[in-house]
Design a protein around this ligand. Structure first.
Ligand code: BG6
Length: 469
């Protein structure tokens, strides 16, 4: 068995620019939902960093890209921040200064031989759209997003081939994430199911429209929507819990992967809507269907797996709603986890890859995978990040085994994240980077490669072979 990947495999890293750039007030940029997010701290949260500072990537990106070249990256995933291009979301023309910034970044990437992978919405909807329209709960925002996408794509179409229309679209309709991911908050007179369905339809329509536009506009475009995949497993192997896990995975993952890859609602979802009294038969899925035909790969993020326990018999829609909306999945007691309770489960990751490929038969693209670790008591300890190396070693091996043993086609692996950046809860102490950024301690913004930096460089040099050592 081959113990490495092919030479055209895309190795690299990924960030969300709102979590890395800082400089929230410059050159006409508007505030976005991440800047204005009132954080409900994640369990285990230690600190809260400033989005205006973040990793100062806005001002130091050239230095960062130079480090990525040194790593041997062939791809780097960024998000063009919506509110830098359309500060309120309602401007008819783009903010030239915003375009100029990404022009420089993309040109610099290309000059270094690094393929830009561009996300079109990643926690960066202009706050104005969230406040005026309640984000993607309103169809007007679909139109405004479409205009934004068209202008961005027209501008970069000669240089960018890889587009991701919507980051982790499958988290958008849940109350806990809807503001950050879709700029929307559930009105008090709207049920969870109604809200879920409206947001699911609107965000996926926006994404499908973007896919259709991009494939019509960009020569040799490689475009898709994107989901996060963190499967639930049955607690204690109990059959009732297996059923709960199947339903949970249907609702959280397959529903969205089917929308992207097939342009259809799953039968589970159709039945769920009917039982909840929601008429979906008139939903126009024609744009979803045409987009699905053009999708050539499925990009995913994957970090951990969870276990789920059924508290009821699951034989009525009320019980199923309760499971789908209110069950808190737990970290498996058998698995190691980081400080925030995110489990380390490379075998679960391989199983997810096998399962998704067998269902959709589309190449997968891992566009996020990583581990958040606290920095050490001393700089020396922080830089000696053996736990990060161990995590990536296990996950990359699982990925290569999925490819070479199980027959899964995977086109690339983008590590989250090559530099320390703020977490989605604005925490700086949850560090993912291969490169340490001295922000929390002394504010010098100095970039210092950690041990994992040199290890990942070797991964790329050996096409993954080093993970078998
Ligand atoms: C993904 C997001 O959910 O996971 C990222 O696309 C996020 O933006 C990453 O940062 C890790 O999650 P967290 O909450 O630890 O930052």
């Amino acid at each position: 068995m081959e113990k490495k990947v092919a030479s055209n495999f895309l190795w690299g890293g990924a960030v969300s620019n709102v979590q890395a750039e800082g400089s929230t007030e410059v050159y006409g940029k508007g505030h976005n939902v991440y800047d204005d997010l009132v954080v409900i701290p994640e369990k285990g949260q230690i600190s809260q960093g400033s989005t205006n500072i973040a990793s100062n990537h806005y001002r130091q990106y050239k230095e960062d890209l130079q480090l990525f070249k040194e790593l041997g990256f062939s791809a780097y995933r960024i998000a063009i921040v919506w509110s830098r291009i359309h500060p309120t979301g309602e401007e008819e023309t783009p903010n030239e200064a915003g375009l100029a910034f990404y022009d420089d970044m993309i040109n610099d990437l290309l000059s270094k031989g690094i393929e830009p992978i561009v996300s079109l919405v990643h926690f960066d909807m202009p706050t104005h759209l969230a406040e005026k329209y309640n984000g993607f709960l309103s169809t007007e925002v679909i139109d405004l997003y479409s205009r934004h996408v068209e202008q961005v794509v027209e501008h970069f179409k000669d240089r960018v081939k890889y587009w991701i229309t919507y980051n982790e679209i499958n988290t958008a309709p849940f109350d806990a994430h809807s503001y950050l991911v879709a700029g929307a908050q559930r009105p008090i007179d709207m049920s969870e199911v109604e809200f879920f369905h409206e947001i699911t339809y609107n965000t996926n329509l926006a994404s499908a429209r973007a896919i259709n536009f991009i494939t019509d506009t960009v020569e040799d475009a490689k475009v898709s929507g994107m989901i996060t995949v963190n499967y639930a497993k049955a607690k204690d192997g109990d059959p009732k819990n297996h059923l709960a896990a199947t339903m949970y995975n249907e609702f959280n993952f397959y529903l969205f992967a089917d929308l992207i890859c097939k342009g259809e609602y799953t039968s589970f979802y159709q039945n769920f809507l009917s039982l909840n009294g929601i008429n979906y038969l008139n939903d126009d899925l024609s744009e979803f269907k045409s987009a699905a035909k053009k999708v050539t790969y499925l990009p995913i993020s994957g970090y951990q797996t969870r276990v789920i326990e059924a508290k009821t018999k699951l034989d009525s829609i009320e019980e199923i709603n309760e499971l789908l909306f209110h069950t808190v999945t737990e970290a498996s007691e058998e698995l190691a986890a980081n400080h925030w309770g995110w489990t380390i489960d490379p075998i679960g990751f391989r199983q997810e890859l096998d399962d998704l490929y067998s269902r959709y038969q589309l190449p997968l693209f891992i566009v996020e995978n990583g581990i958040g670790l606290q920095e050490g008591a001393t700089l020396e300890e922080t830089l000696n990040d053996l736990d990060r190396i161990d995590y990536h070693k296990q996950y990359i091996k699982a990925m290569i085994d999925a490819m070479n043993v199980d027959g899964v086609v995977i086109m690339g692996y983008l590590l989250w994240s090559p530099i320390d950046i703020l977490s989605s809860h604005k925490e700086m102490e949850k560090r993912y980077g291969l490169v340490y950024i001295d922000e929390m301690k002394n504010g010098t913004m100095k970039r210092i490669p950690k041990k994992s930096f040199y290890w990942y460089k070797k991964v790329i040099e050996t096409q993954g072979g080093v993970v078998y050592d």
